[in-house]
Design a protein around this ligand. Structure first.
Ligand code: FAD
Length: 479
């Protein structure tokens, strides 16, 4: 039995990236994972019927392609294939009407008619400058980014709300496009920063597409575990860590958990000021997610939705704004905004021949036990009449069940903390290095640290760099 130099609690994408960076630096790393398999929000399972493979959580991976944390990880050597659909995302508006976003800015601009010019003026410079903007957005939010002017210009414009941004568009299509992408943030569409998401996600769609992983997202985790094992690291599943005191001694402990869990795990060992700062951390709305086994593709009325993996369902800007305002006010919308993905459009192997899997969630108040299946199905049926007749099986996770499945999704919040302006900058607390805690040699590496939710591994990379720096490893650049 060897003693570990570093222990990582939680084998989500961030925990595994942190473990890999540490192991590649020569440390003996052990990862303890509460669930029976590694992956956290990046797993694939037969949730409905045999032969139907569903992404339990994350499904669509533009951030993975854009992330510096994955640049030195050769996923393709482990058989990971990213499949990019011809249409990154689409948004039905009733009848044959829809707006769809493929790789070409000019094509989308043309489809928007009178809003084409506004769209080009807004999106084309972002696509051009995306590589200058992303390091700031995917960084620790504390460092001076490599291209400060481009990043500052983007950040200043992004401070506005989605509602403000939507005023630039005249057509229902243009305004719906803003709402559908802004609502990923789970913020009310009147909130500051909600306007950053349409800009960023649309630019990502044009530059990287919105790909899924062949066979399911779990392939990313399998690759990370294989790389970690090759670097001498170990993953132990079925090991829930309740208290930091229960861990064997190690030179560094990295926690893929959120502030509320750290408070429980550390108990009295946390300095009171830091404990109070963690207790002020705010969680966002939860999600209610449904997966279906279908006897064929979703019969969207609008052709533009049939080639997209991601479909934003919810109707006009005003309808989506109402849905998100309801959720943020603690109400369950009757007509929820739904994020829908149909991976079989590019990955038919996810289901038996001719059949399809479908994944969708809507936002609900944090901690909600309410099953939204009926309301989500009604929304899809509204734009795809006959959808219900195709259902062979389904599985639903309410927000409460989402937290039971993964304790890091507190109250069903899949982003490990709300994306308010304060928490985007001072995530999880207002410390200079957000990954260090007030406990010596204990770090946070989860999506509750910058840059927040998503499968990009940047929280893990940031925490591993801080730990390596503190351990005196050359080249670790976290101040
Ligand atoms: C329904 C849903 C859809 C999503 N869709 C997308 C998407 O399409 N694209 C995208 O990029 N992102 C998506 N996300 C978000 C993404 O999954 C997360 O942001 C990402 O997984 C965060 O990674 P993480 O490593 O910080 O935490 P997690 O993936 O949450 O992993 C944390 C791990 O720590 C373990 N753990 C927690 N506490 C303990 C403990 N005390 N002891 C031991 N182990 C513990 C948990 O079991 C878990 O395995 C989605 C999430 C959900 C739930």
């Amino acid at each position: 039995m060897r003693e570990a130099d570093a222990i990582v609690v939680g084998a989500g994408p961030n925990g595994l990236v942190a473990a890999l960076v540490l192991a590649r630096s020569g440390l003996a790393v052990d990862v303890y994972e509460a669930a029976d398999e590694p992956g956290g929000g990046c797993r694939t399972a037969a949730l409905t019927l045999p032969g139907f493979h569903h992404d339990v959580c994350s499904a669509v991976h533009p951030l993975l392609l854009a992330s510096p944390a994955f640049r030195d990880i050769d996923l393709s050597a482990h058989g990971v294939r990213l499949l990019t659909p011809p249409v990154a995302f689409a948004h039905p508006l009733g009848g044959a009407r829809a707006v769809s976003v493929g790789p070409d800015v000019a094509d989308v601009a043309r489809s928007l008619g009178t809003d084409g010019r506004v769209y080009s003026q807004l999106v084309a410079p972002l696509v051009r400058d995306l590589d200058k903007i992303l390091p700031a957005f995917l960084g620790s939010m504390r460092d001076v980014p490599p291209h400060p002017l481009a990043a500052a210009a983007f950040a200043l414009r992004g401070l506005s709300s989605a509602q403000y941004l939507a005023r630039r568009f005249r057509t229902e299509e243009g305004r719906a496009l803003v709402a559908g992408t802004a609502a990923h943030s789970m913020l009310p569409l009147t909130a500051p920063l909600s306007g950053v998401f349409p800009r960023l996600f649309t630019a990502l769609a044009h530059r990287y597409g919105w790909p899924v992983v062949e066979g399911g997202s779990a392939a990313i985790v399998d690759a990370l575990v294989a790389e970690l094992t090759a670097a001498g690291g170990r993953v132990e599943t079925g090991r829930l860590v309740k208290r930091l005191d229960d861990l064997p001694p190690a030179r560094a402990v990295l926690l893929d958990v959120t502030p509320r869990q750290l408070l429980e795990m550390a108990g009295d060992a946390l300095p009171s000021g830091y404990g109070r700062a963690l207790a002020r951390y705010r969680y966002g709305p939860g999600v209610c997610k449904v997966d279906w086994a279908l006897d064929g593709p979703v019969p969207w009325n609008a052709e533009g939705c049939r080639d997209a993996v991601t479909v934003h369902v919810g109707g006009t800007f005003e309808e989506i704004a109402r849905s998100e305002a309801d959720v943020n006010a603690g109400r369950h919308p009757d007509h929820p905004y739904c994020l829908v993905t149909q991976p079989c459009v590019v990955d038919p192997g996810r289901a038996p021949e001719g059949q399809h899997t479908l994944w969708a969630y809507c936002h609900v108040p944090n901690g909600s036990p309410v099953d939204m299946t009926e309301r989500i199905e009604s929304q899809i049926e509204r734009f795809a009449p006959g959808f219900r007749d195709l259902i062979l099986g389904r599985s639903t996770f309410t927000a409460v069940a989402t937290e039971e499945h993964n304790p890091s999704y507190v109250g069903g919040d899949i982003n490990a903390g709300s994306a308010t302006l304060r928490q985007m900058i001072f995530r999880p607390t207002a410390r200079w290095n957000p990954y260090r805690t007030a406990m010596k040699s204990v770090y946070l590496c989860s999506a509750a640290t910058p840059p927040g939710g998503g499968v990009h591994g940047m929280c893990g990379l940031g925490a591993a760099r801080a730990a390596l720096h503190d351990l005196g490893h050359d080249g670790a650049d976290a101040a």
